[in-house]
Design a protein around this ligand. Structure first.
Ligand code: ATP
Length: 304
């Protein structure tokens, strides 16, 4: 497998703590890699290191095949865009001016592509509005737009959903998916909310106490979660009969509730239940076990 980023026993020591403690991880090319862990687990430290903002105490990492100790890692880093903690936005400038400024910083020969980036992040119509008048979500998207200058093929986002309202979270998620699918951008995104990451990540690294305690693919996570459909009906016996006839696996929880371990055709099920005189009250996808996996891997409770 081809990797955009690998780290090998990375350590970062501060006076009183080991922020990273022999952290090893592997981000495959084309992945949306969710780095998940509690506050203080070491996510931001790792991201600062791979962006070259800090040096590791020991261990090494490889970016696009170049070790951090090689000179050529500078070229690899030009293929990266990042938003770390709060987005670096000039608040007295418009969206276009912010991007032009970033183009200048990167030494790009023309302003070509700015309009396209702003369209991509949904800020093409902000005109003369200065960034200080943007909503929090718009500022976050402007931060991503700035990180996209120079056409990176690896995007690193540190807790991009932090502080956003539900619509803002959806916007960021859709943007990440679009960048990944349409532009083949590999994305590393950190979060302390596994459920949010599980809506788009293809791979996961669970970080705790400065090290990766588990790496797995979305498929592997899904298999260990065993998602199910939680169905509530007026008569569970009728539902059980219908499910038995279909040969589907299920568990009965109460007189009205059943978990079905399969994808079911809702319209067909409603029809079949109705002809038997059974009413369908609700149907929801249940993946609570995400939470139990998270707790078993990185523990619950407060800060790390
Ligand atoms: P959060 O989600 O809260 O940002 P995180 O997973 O990103 O958490 P880090 O910010 O990387 O965690 O912090 C990891 C550990 O390193 C924490 O215990 C933190 O207190 C410590 N730490 C981070 N930066 C420094 C620093 N400059 N000096 C001393 N300790 C630090």
């Amino acid at each position: 497998m081809e990797y955009v980023l690998t780290t090998d026993e990375l350590c970062k020591n501060y006076k009183y703590c080991k922020a990273l403690n022999r952290l090893s991880m592997h981000v495959p090319k084309g992945a949306i890699y969710g780095l998940v862990g509690r506050n203080g687990a070491g996510k931001t430290t790792l991201i600062r290191l791979i962006c070259g903002l800090q040096e590791p105490t020991s261990g090494e990492y490889t970016l696009f095949g170049r070790k951090n100790t090689e000179k050529q890692v500078v070229a690899s880093r030009r293929r990266m865009g990042a938003v770390i903690e709060t987005p670096a936005v000039y608040t007295d400038m418009t969206a276009v001016e912010n991007l032009k400024q970033q183009y200048r910083i990167l030494g790009l020969p023309s302003f070509e592509g700015i309009k396209e980036i702003l369209e991509l992040v949904g800020l093409a119509d902000t005109g003369k509005k200065k960034a200080k008048h943007f909503s929090f979500g718009m500022k976050q998207r402007l931060g991503i737009a700035i990180a996209l200058c120079g056409d990176p093929d690896f995007l690193v986002l540190d807790e991009p959903a932090n502080g956003l309202d539900p619509q803002g979270i959806i916007d960021i998620r859709e943007l990440i998916l679009k960048l990944n699918k349409e532009r083949q951008v590999t994305v590393l995104v950190s979060s302390h909310i596994l459920e949010e990451l599980s809506k788009f990540a293809t791979h996961y690294g669970f970080v705790d106490g400065g090290r990766i305690v588990k790496e797995l693919s979305a498929k592997e996570l899904e298999a260990s979660c065993r998602k199910c459909m939680h169905v509530e009906v007026s008569d569970v016996r009728i539902l059980a009969r219908v499910l038995d006839a279909k040969g589907l696996e299920y568990s009965i929880w109460s007189e009205n509730a059943v978990d079905i371990y399969a994808q079911i055709g809702v319209t067909e099920l409603v029809g079949e239940l109705l002809t038997e005189g059974c009413e369908l009250y609700s149907i929801t996808e249940k993946d609570e076990s995400l939470e139990s996996i998270y707790v078993s891997l990185v523990g619950g409770g407060g800060d790390a």
